[in-house]
Design a protein around this ligand. Structure first.
Ligand SMILES: [Zn+2]
Length: 380
């Protein structure tokens, strides 16, 4: 808990909620976040405290607070339980502008945050070198996101795949803490013009399918370590039924509905009648779609990045697992066939990292392979 403020992460746990429950194994104080004054002290209690909002004020166990932002600070061991899930650090509650709901944000130092991420993103029985590579990549990614987006909002990252999956204390284990502690403060950087080094968003994904992808084609940002590399490794770790995914079909009306819901600009297309590949990255035996052209009943057309298209149709990404696939018109359905890989494919391939670690490679060798031209430095 004694780490500098710029290395604390603010994780959005609950978004626009009207009530939640809080339990802590220790007494906790409630602070007004703006004035930092202590507003109340709660004794340890085994029964959950209900947190609600009424007339624009937050109440904990029926006791109202006037601040628009309050911080709940549990005593040692600094653990609280929100809706039954345990987290380390502090809990901040921020009333939304509508005064009818609030956000719940976990304020947590980077290292325990990472312990809650690595165990959610990788099995804890994987090779120590893979877990350490994952810890450095995840540390880099969240610091980059915090510095580039955090100052515009009250939180830094979501606890979902939208950023990195964070499960709090439930994801922790001795192996995961070893990976975090042994890489304490280490992040990846790359050279920028002028010769200085800067953080970059060290994306990673489950199974690249044979070649990682240039970030420019997926997220629209350009960094030297994120141009994409061949990956002969993940095939050796991912199960065949996982590496090659089964054909999946969606009704055309479902696809139109999902796309128009997420991208209102596509309403000009009417009903989407045709999807063609506008751009792809060729990797010999397979290619990854990077841009699709959508044509509609009004005769108009538009383009989407293939990854945005994929996650609009299947937000979980569990069925339409990657954009290494072929799109087939089946009349009233579209089929996605010949699929391989799982995830966006940018940066470190997690299954590939595990295969390299099994082959005796170190975490540094794994990271320098998947993020070519990068370097590792310690920021604390
Ligand atoms: Zn791979």
């Amino acid at each position: 808990m004694d780490i500098e403020p710029q290395f604390w992460i603010r994780v959005l746990l609950l978004d626009d909620t009207k009530s939640c429950t809080l339990t802590a194994p220790s007494p906790f104080v409630v602070l007004d976040a703006q004035t930092q004054t202590t507003e109340a002290y709660f004794d340890q209690s085994d029964s959950p405290a209900n947190i609600t909002i009424s007339a624009g004020r937050i109440a904990i166990s029926g006791r109202f607070f006037s601040g628009k932002q309050i911080i709940i600070l549990p005593d040692r061991p600094h653990i609280f339980s929100l809706n039954g899930d345990d987290y380390r650090g502090k809990l901040k509650l921020v009333i939304n502008p509508d005064s009818n709901s609030f956000d719940a944000i976990n304020l947590v130092p980077l290292e325990p945050y990472l312990a809650g991420v690595i165990g959610a993103e990788m099995p804890n029985y994987w090779e120590p070198a893979a877990l350490k590579a994952q810890a450095i990549a995840a540390r880099t990614y969240c610091l980059y996101i915090k510095r580039h987006f955090g100052n515009k909002r009250t939180w830094d990252v979501r606890k979902t795949v939208a950023n990195q999956v964070y499960l709090g204390v439930a994801a922790e284990s001795a192996q995961i803490w070893d990976a975090v502690n042994q890489t304490h403060g280490q992040v990846l950087v790359c050279k920028q013009s002028g010769g200085t080094e800067k953080l970059f968003p060290a994306y990673y994904s489950s199974t690249c399918g044979g070649h990682t992808e240039n970030s420019k084609n997926v997220f629209g940002d350009s960094f030297e370590p994120l141009v994409g590399v061949p990956c002969p490794y993940c095939k050796n770790v991912a199960k065949p039924s996982f590496f090659f995914w089964p054909m999946i079909q969606f009704d055309k009306s479902y696809v139109t509905g999902k796309l128009l819901q997420k991208y209102p600009k596509l309403k000009k297309l009417g009903k989407i009648t045709n999807i063609t590949v506008a751009k792809k990255s060729e990797y010999g035996k397979f290619s990854r779609l990077t841009k699709v052209k959508l044509s509609g009943s009004t005769g108009k057309s538009d383009f989407l990045r293939a990854e945005d298209f994929r996650l609009s149709i299947d937000p979980t990404g569990r069925k339409l697992r990657s954009t290494i696939c072929q799109i087939i018109d089946m009349g009233d359905k579209w089929a996605f066939s010949s699929g391989r890989g799982y995830g966006h494919g940018v940066g470190m391939c997690q299954c590939g990292a595990q295969a390299m670690a099994r082959g005796g490679k170190t975490s540094r060798q794994i990271l320098f392979y998947y993020y070519p031209g990068s370097n590792i430095i310690r920021v604390y």
